[in-house]
Design a protein. Structure first.
Length: 339
């Protein structure tokens, strides 16, 4: 590895990491490992919850467009959103950045995005690994992975007491988030559009920049709702879409009934469906279709929960309810999406 480049990157990363410090962090970047004090973070009987993820082929788009901070935010979002749906508070994050030849400016832009994601999630960037591996990657290419650890008090894990009659609240996504980009890239190629061309669904932005809109981090608003005692379950809508992720928090004998048209579908999805000739069922299976998170609350708590979520800055919509049901289809869509 180019030692000088590695040292230069570390020096650029240190202030970014320091800016994410939170109660519980012990020491700083540079040791052989990172230490965290759960008692100092305020926990008495904690259960640790961990998650690891990447950004998928959205990285290819970032590399081709020359914008890298967004995927740093995506990397954190994919991990911490998976923690909060289990009732856990994200505590710390580590990243893995691998490339053929380290380009300090490029790597620093990625890590700046990671630090911003950690700030939005309230977790600390405590370390990571930068690997330079000649022959493994083409010039300018890199790979990215992340690992997050959170904690919840033993009696506060989710889901809990989910039952028919509960209301489903959808939280708006910022766009495609970080899933389905192999299909996105095929559609862009088939449409013959360059990444610097105006986006058909957002003409004020270049296509590459519009598609790179980072995954929304829902941690603080969802955690606040959980701590208020109103949240029964939450599903992070990632690969597999609504039909693949909502059933993960439903007990046997319960189905989710969603009302199409009860939430706005961002224009990017209409463009993808029309330009790519993608059927509604496939859109639902591949993309979030406008909902990055779906929450389950008791019917009596729905209005209070909606008010709290909107006050916390979320675009929240009542999108359906749970009902008794059996069979293979655990998610039923009433009506058609406005694609």
């Amino acid at each position: 590895m180019d030692i000088a480049a590695g040292d230069a990157l570390v020096e650029r990363i240190k202030p970014l990491a320091r800016a994410t410090a939170r109660p519980g962090v012990m020491g700083g970047i540079g040791g052989f490992g990172a230490l965290f004090d759960l008692k100092a973070a305020g926990f008495t009987d904690p259960v640790l919850v961990s998650s690891t993820d990447g950004v998928g082929t959205k990285l290819r788009l970032a590399i081709e467009a020359g914008h890298h901070a967004e995927v740093g935010i995506d990397l954190v979002a994919m991990c911490v959103n998976d923690l909060v749906v289990q009732g856990a508070e994200p505590l710390f994050f580590l990243d893995y950045f691998a490339t053929g030849k380290l380009e300090v400016a490029q790597a620093a832009e990625v890590v700046a995005g990671i630090a911003e994601g950690c700030r939005l999630a309230g977790c600390a960037l405590v370390g990571g690994e930068t690997a330079e591996m000649p022959g493994m990657y083409q010039a300018g290419d890199y790979d990215l992975a992340g690992f997050a650890v959170g904690a919840a008090e033993r009696g506060a894990l989710l889901p809990r007491a989910v039952a028919p009659g509960d209301v489903l609240i959808g939280l708006a996504s910022t766009g495609v988030h970080s899933n389905g980009f192999s299909l996105v890239r095929r559609i862009v190629e088939a449409a013959g559009l360059g990444l610097d061309a105006p986006a058909p669904f957002a003409p004020q932005q270049p296509l590459g920049r519009a598609l790179l809109a980072p995954t929304r981090i829902y941690v603080k608003s969802v955690l606040a709702l959980h701590r208020s005692g109103l949240l029964k379950a939450a599903a992070h809508i990632t690969g597999g879409g609504l039909p693949g992720n909502l059933p993960r928090v439903l007990p046997e004998g319960v189905v989710a009934e969603l009302r199409a048209g009860s939430w706005p579908v961002p224009d990017v999805f209409s463009w993808l469906a029309q330009a790519g000739g993608v059927a509604e069922a496939e859109m639902l299976r591949v993309f979030n279709c406008g909902l990055g998170m779906v929450l389950v609350v008791a019917e009596a708590d729905a209005e209070v929960a909606l008010t709290a979520l909107r006050a916390a800055g979320e675009e929240a919509h009542p999108v359906g309810r749970l009902a008794p049901g059996a069979g293979e289809a655990r998610v039923v869509l009433e009506g058609s999406l406005p694609l």
